[in-house]
Write a protein that binds this ligand. Sequence first.
Ligand code: FDP
Length: 335
Amino acid sequence: MIDSKIITIERFLLDTQPHYARGELTGILYDLALAAKIIAAQTRRAGLLGILGFTDNINIQGEEQRKLDIFTDDVIVRLTQRSGRLCAMVSEEREDWIPIPSQYEKGSYILVFDPLDGSSNIDTNISIGTIFGIYRTLDESKRGRLEDCLQPGKNLVSAGYILYGTSTMMVYSAGNGVHGFTLDPSWGEFILSHENIRFPDVPAYFSFNHAITNRLSQPLIAFIDWLQNLQSPLLTHRYVGSMVADFHRNLIHGGVFGYPSSPTKPDGKIRLLYEAAPLAFLAEQAGGYGSNGQQSLLEIKPTSIHQRVPVFIGNRFLVEKAQAFLSNGEQNLTP
Ligand code: FDP
């Protein structure tokens, strides 16, 4: 017997849609949930990559063997481009923005996504994820242009991620809180498991790649030192090296993830448009904050689709402390 309190993602999306909405955004989120199921099924077989290879069932071009990140990109583009809901896309896997082919109807939204974040972890069976953000077009009368894609995060109407971990989870916000759904593999349905997620007031973790700590600027070293020596709350260092997984853990248990600038990576590593901005949107919806060390990540307007940005994201007071250390520069390292 099925418990009447079980809420599927479809039910939740329909029930929480405002009365004036035309259902386009809900449709995109539901398409992404379907993509997530297909990708989750394939990521579970990732360990067999070398033995079986990947034969793309939905690829009309046939039996080409694909890498998982290319496969993931392909699934998302194919599932969403013909829906009539989008007018452009940006993917981490493609050099240029993606127009909607002229044979398909165009919609009002732009989808930006990183198909497989943390993909360097695939061969060691560590959690990976898909990150997405959804913007509204700047001009409904046009088919979609580069400038529609280059919007600041504050214009996001929705963002989220799919985490392929011990369970597959889809976490999203459409501007009304952050909600998490766990895939029941036997039913093939995402079920509401985490309604209205908020960063806990007392954080537990900080997540930086410690290998580069001694190459950072003095204010950054001082900030990380401050995190390490914080007594109340006492923080533990945990770094998966898969941003979605690090972000998700810190969202549930509280904490801060950082990928700052360093001498070899002056702009850090994380991409603004389809990694940093969507997670910053989620962070703010969950009571947290995302910054480049100077200002909110949501305020930065990208100048190119693959632009990188330094990132500090998590509990607001921890991220604001990073900003305080960085704004004091080399002069005063005790804000
Ligand atoms: P990956 O290159 O494996 O896709 O943004 C990319 C990213 O992973 C993040 O998910 C992750 O947090 C970061 O890079 C890890 O980089 P380092 O190995 O330099 O720490």
